[in-house]
Design a protein. Structure first.
Length: 126
């Protein structure tokens, strides 16, 4: 039976006779179908992981805001103490470290989202 070049072959295009070429093609199509199912499950899991990472980043951003507020209150409390410059320097380092960690997490999330998008695109192309 001639195949239509505008669409991928389907099992119904072949008459299965064990050991024949058609039978072999049907077996391979079944394997591809199972592989696609597993790949789609993996993509679903990746999307769940991305959602969890987004939640984690949101929580960390809230934590950073709370810490920034705490640093601000500490800076106000430090005004008027003897070792004001040393304490303010340490508070500044803490603040910069928190900001850096937030950016690293955000970039990791963007990388995972891009990877998931590529996997989804490959599935759609395939």
């Amino acid at each position: 039976m001639p195949l239509d070049k505008d669409r991928p072959p389907d099992k119904s295009d072949f008459h299965e006779q064990p050991g024949s070429f058609e039978w072999y093609v049907v077996q391979k199509l079944d394997q591809l179908g199972h592989g696609m199912d597993r790949l789609q499950n993996d993509v679903g899991q990746l999307q769940n992981d991305v959602g969890q990472l987004q939640n984690d980043v949101g929580q960390l951003q809230n934590d950073v805001r709370r810490l920034e507020n705490t640093v601000g209150r500490l800076e106000n409390a430090v005004n008027g103490t003897e070792n004001q410059d040393g304490i303010l320097t340490r508070l500044s380092v803490i603040e910069q470290t928190m900001a850096t960690k937030t950016w690293v997490l955000a970039l990791a999330l963007v990388g995972l989202i891009n990877f998931t998008g590529m996997v989804v695109a490959m599935i759609k192309i395939w």
